[in-house]
Design a protein around this ligand. Structure first.
Ligand code: GLT
Ligand code: MN
Ligand code: MN
Length: 387
């Protein structure tokens, strides 16, 4: 197996990922910046399918209209020269000092209006370049002190803004869906709507819930110590998995954004297996960046590694599904003599009567051994390459 990425794998990276210059809270850049055009060529060289961006990854916040047009034209040329596509776009509502207390949830109505104007322009730019998914990551939508803002008002403000953008997309005739990306903290002490589950609950309160889904990120659920695959499964079940941010992260740490599969391999395996088993067909976006130790050759190794690990884990998932011993154990675990099929398919008084009349051998139920140790060991052995 060559593990060469193909376009149908839909592997994408953000301009901000491979373009990350390695700044952190304790140190300055370790790599010189490269232009969006250079990033597109780098991504083409490593075999990615697409590139995503924030408005200001591409067009600096203080660019003149003429500069904007030149930058966009150069970027379009790089896309057509390489064949890369832009499946997703987003707005930077976190870097500028104006957003220090949030964008759509800022207490200052002028900041909220500016954030909305910036987003409308950014939606136009994303659509112009072909984006079909628009991500909202509200990195500054939160608090350090709850004396400062009412979480109820903030929720209302965020809802109003999203309702406005949905109507805008409809009004413009844009073929665009929105994906909300939760994160529990960092850069704010607490960010509103911190998990996938919280976001799903919020989406149901919008005017156009059908236009809005989620963009779950491995690292963000891991920061909160949660099971990412379970969160993704809930989003999938709700028809809301519009996009996904793949990376890696130890539980309970600062935002690490490591190469996909680099630290929690088993979790990455279950995630890839889930996405492949259900037939997820959206972008597989790597929202990660190379270690601070790397030069741009290292950045290419990082990007190739994200895709290669995904493809290796996809092969491992197929191996798991085809393994006779594993499948025999799963069949044994899921034995069903059919005697209780009557309980599915809805409620009836007859079913209540039948169920209440049954006697169960509780001791026998509790005494049955479940071969999960063996199953897990086989899973580990598939992953370790000894099966
Ligand atoms: C930022 C953040 C990511 C978001 C990006 C989209 S920007 O890098 O850490 O998780 O997906 O705004
Ligand atoms: Mn992300
Ligand atoms: Mn992150």
């Amino acid at each position: 197996m060559s593990y060469q990425p193909r376009s149908e794998d839909r592997f994408t990276f953000g301009l901000w990922t491979v373009g990350n210059i390695g700044r952190d809270p304790f140190g300055g850049p370790v790599r010189g910046p490269i232009s969006p055009v250079e990033i597109v060529h780098l991504l083409a060289e490593v075999g990615a399918w697409g590139v995503n961006f924030h408005d200001n990854d591409l067009v600096p916040i203080d660019a003149t209209p003429a500069e904007r047009d030149r930058i966009v034209a150069d970027f379009k040329k790089a896309l057509s020269d390489t064949g890369l596509v832009v499946p997703m776009a987003t707005t930077n509502l976190f870097t500028d000092a104006a957003f220090k207390d949030g964008a759509f949830t800022s207490n200052d109505p002028k900041v909220r209006a500016y954030a909305m104007q910036k987003t409308l322009n950014s939606i136009d730019l994303g659509v112009e370049l072909g984006a079909k998914v628009y991500v909202f990551w509200g990195g500054r939508e939160g608090t350090e002190t709850d004396s400062s803002k009412s979480p109820l008002d903030s929720g209302k403000r965020f809802r109003e803004a999203l309702n406005f953008f949905c109507e805008y997309a409809v009004d413009q005739g844009y073929d665009l869906k929105f994906a909300l990306e939760p994160k529990p903290n960092e850069p704010r002490s607490d960010i509103y709507l911190p998990t996938v589950g919280a976001m799903l609950g919020f989406i149901a309160t919008l005017d156009h819930p059908e236009m809005v889904g989620v963009n779950p990120e491995v690292a963000h659920e891991h920061m909160a110590g949660l099971n990412f695959t379970h969160a993704v499964a809930q989003a999938w079940d709700a028809g809301k998995l519009f996009h996904i941010d793949l990376n890696d992260q130890l539980f309970g740490r600062y935002d690490q954004d490591f190469r996909f599969g680099s630290v929690m391999l088993k979790q990455a395996f279950y995630l890839v297996k889930f996405l492949e088993d259900v037939g997820y067909s959206g972008s597989r976006h790597f929202d990660a960046h190379a270690y601070r130790t790397e030069d741009y050759e290292g950045v290419k190794n990082f990007a190739r590694g994200c895709m290669r690990t995904y493809l290796i884990l996809r092969e491992k998932a197929a191996q798991f599904n085809a393994d006779p011993e594993i499948q025999a154990l799963l069949a044994e675990i899921n034995t069903d003599d059919g005697s209780h099929h009557y309980l599915s398919g809805g409620y009836s008084r007859e079913k209540v009567a039948q169920l209440k009349a049954e006697t169960f051998d509780r001791t026998a139920l509790g005494a049955r051994g479940l071969p999960y140790e063996q199953l897990d060991q086989l899973t580990v052995e598939v992953l370790l390459g000894v099966r």
